[in-house]
Write a protein that binds this ligand. Sequence first.
Ligand SMILES: [Zn+2]
Length: 496
Amino acid sequence: MASNFLNCRIGVTPFKYLGLPVGGNPKSVSTWEPMIDHLRNRLLSWKNKHISLGGRIVMINAVLNAIPIFYLSFMKMPTKVWKQVRRIQREFLWGGVRGGKKVSWVKWSVVCKAKKKGGLGVRDVRLVNLSLLAKWRWRLLLPGRSLWKDVLAAKYGNHILHKVDWSEFRIPSFASNWWKDICTLDKVVESKNWLVESVVRKVGNGNSTFFWSTTWVGEAPLLEVFPRLFSLSNHKNNMVVDFRDQQEEVWSWSFSWRRHLFQWELELLEHLRMVLEPVVMSLEEDMWRWKPDPDGVFSVNSAYNLLVDDLEEEDVLEEVVAVVFDQIWESPAPSKVIAFSWQLLYDRIPSRCNLEARGLLGTDVPWECVGCVGCAESSIHLFLHCPSVMMVWSDIFRWIDLVVVIPPSLISLFEVMRGSARNVKIRQGYLLIWHTTIWCIWKSRNSAIFANGLFSPKAIVEEIKVLSWKWSLARLKVSPCMFYEWTWDPGACFLR
Ligand SMILES: [Zn+2]
């Protein structure tokens, strides 16, 4: 027996490696169950009940990282599995522990966007999975042969090594599950072939780029732009370099046709020459560039960000709004505070209007704002237009010596404060005050509703001063100032 000879045990598949079964059928949910159990145990335990939204964002990604990357690189998660994972993540993010159902305030696809695009940067496991699989497609395009490529090329054909667009390839019936998943990656985004659009050929010496069939000049392969000329060409499968004709120092494009061209075909040729005119060749090898990454090299991150955006195109933010979302995170305020501001900017906080709209406000609960009489508690009212809150803001503006007319939205207020700052340090200070004010209004509102506290503008302003001072000490890179200095002249403290 070979096992006796090698002195090793005979194993059976599936066996466990790093907690996951190897050789198990990736299409079957049971293969993935250990991983789902692990996530559920880590995230949905009672111990996590008191973690803030900011802390949960960090934890949700950390736990996801516990899924071995190699596993996600080799197997595509069945839909049923990623839906389960997503549900666990979502319940955790919005605070449901052990079956306690909570509202998912913001759409999952938005939550998964990068922070600078208005999301929370939570990783969506399905898209991580797809990005990791896409890496194989990129590696197949890279120059250089290795054993694994040779094996694949022998099994599925040489074309897999230099074609980006696989949408026309037939997947052979003998293909492995993994290979089928790799082949169907093109179709993940419905509206376009995202892989083809992300890769571009950079021609150097022209030795390894197909003149007609690769996209290397313009937005499409030349055979698509000039089908007539392609059909007449004698060199349908030649490289770019073969079309170059050099005489002494001068080089030009040269073509060979099956027959003489008609007048209208000559015009096409003229057009083709114009398209080729800007081409500059070099001594370097031709190579592929991955467009989403500035370095031109594939990264799982850039593929992920691309998929998040492409799959939810309708969620793209207006530019002004996107800038604000990008900036809210650059603040010394604690992450729970910023996460709340984020939720508020989407108007997805449990204000009474929002609860009522979701049918979650009991009939015996007062619907009125705590700061005034007779107004419904909408987010914009509670944080900006309520008379009590306007008093808070105007006290705060006087304190930081800023002249502001209350604008129609919190986004504009953020913009106004950011724009009024003379330099980076002051801007940081203003935005810290913006976050702190929002946080203190919310805290005071909650204590008024749930703990018989008083919603008093004076007290709120005092708390804003104390908290912003504490946070500036802990996190702003300025030399410390005394509390009385902070209350007296915050502008001078920002500048230290
Ligand atoms: Zn009010």
